[in-house]
Write a protein that binds this ligand. Structure first.
Ligand code: F6P
Length: 359
């Protein structure tokens, strides 16, 4: 008998079900023994509190195109693992006990950075864990791509496309806020795909003088409107120079809900132009996975299942230079992958005339 457990952790994305389908179908098709499948509800919460359900092939049929997660998800921050005082439950021992109670041979964990930290902790406790790189943000270290990222780029790009028509009719400047608190992968890719004039990301602190100059240059060339894409975590040079504590206090004290409004107000004040804000928000995590996402999710699922059938555990499946690989969990746990300001795409975008506000 082969007993496997599945859980989806952290912010959801479009290709979680497609990934689980890849795992389950591959295991069922290739296992030499009978297989039992357990799905934990709401991420690590299900493993901690013993909320799970027995699942079968039919549960994973027809879910390739279904966004979200059929298991439910939640955020269980790593630092909460050692807080038994909150509810009297020792979280790590409880997870180990539930894994052992079900006599699991392997736990498949679909999650991002924080979740891989917990997965690594469970590995250290002796559990057989295989992690799969989920997040729309594409910020998981050790893999060129994460599932969720391709679909999120598509949603964000469609938003930028739609804003183009109304921005053009009214001759307005639009500030579009795209997801990415710590990293700017989605704003960078969607900004290039959507033809943005300015892209502001956390990895490249901006100077408002440069942003204004870029908008004015476009106007001088006859551009009636301008599109400024900003990451949720876009940061100015002054803010980047501030002490971490002071910057956090500044962000917490924002009257308007997001950075886009601050930037929009400043552009309006300095250019005299009509400026509007658009925030696609969680639509970027919603809906069906696109074709590229379905393919990558399937590859991740198949590779993870293959490893389990080979009896290999303790790593995250990843893609590097087009090849599926297995990266040790201890190397990945909690590490972020940032946009390199000197990367080809940033340099090409600059040559095209897109401003990142740094020059
Ligand atoms: O981690 C994915 C992500 O979508 C980020 O891009 C975004 O900043 C954050 O989650 C939003 O989190 P929540 O769904 O908890 O509001």
């Amino acid at each position: 008998m082969l007993r496997i457990g599945l859980l989806t952790s952290g912010g959801d994305c479009q290709a979680l079900n497609a990934t689980m389908r890849g795992i389950v179908k591959t295991v069922l098709n290739n296992a030499k023994e009978k297989v039992e499948i357990y799905g934990f509800e709401d991420g690590y919460q299900g493993l901690i509190y013993g909320r799970y359900r027995k699942m079968e092939w039919a549960d994973f049929s027809g879910v390739l195109t279904k966004g979200g997660t059929i298991l439910g998800t939640s955020r269980t921050p790593f630092k909460m693992l050692d807080t038994p005082e909150a509810d009297g439950v020792e979280k790590v021992p409880a997870m180990v006990a539930n894994y052992r109670k079900l006599k699991l041979d392997c736990l498949f964990m679909l999650g991002g950075n924080g979740s891989t930290k917990t997965a690594n902790r469970l590995r250290q406790e002796g559990l057989n864990v295989i992690a799969l790189p989920k997040t729309i943000d594409n910020d998981t270290w050790g893999t060129d791509m994460t599932f969720g990222f391709p679909s999120a780029i598509d949603v964000a790009t469609r938003c930028i496309d739609d804003i183009h028509t109304t921005a053009s009719s009214h001759g307005r400047v639009f500030v579009i806020e795209i997801m990415g608190h710590k990293v700017g992968w989605i704003p960078l890719y969607a900004g290039v795909a959507g033809g943005a004039d300015v892209i502001l990301i956390p990895e490249i602190p901006y100077d408002m003088d440069n942003v204004v100059a870029a908008i004015e240059r476009r106007e001088e060339k006859g551009g009636r409107f301008a599109i400024v894409v900003v990451a949720e975590g876009a940061i100015s040079r002054e803010e980047a120079a501030m002490k971490k504590k002071a910057y956090k206090a500044k962000v917490a004290a924002r009257v308007k809900p997001s950075v886009a409004y601050d930037i929009a107000e400043e552009i309006a004040a300095r250019t005299g132009r009509e400026v509007r804000v658009a925030v696609p928000g969680h639509t970027q995590r919603g809906g069906a996975p696109d074709a590229q996402d379905r393919i990558f999710a399937t590859q991740c699922g198949v590779e993870a299942a293959r490893a389990c059938l080979e009896g290999q555990f303790g790593f995250m499946v990843a893609q590097r230079a087009g090849k599926m690989v297995r990266v040790p969990l201890e190397d990945v746990a909690g590490k972020l992958k940032y946009v390199d300001p000197d990367s080809d795409l940033v340099r090409e975008a600059k040559l095209l005339g897109i401003s990142f506000g740094d020059e």
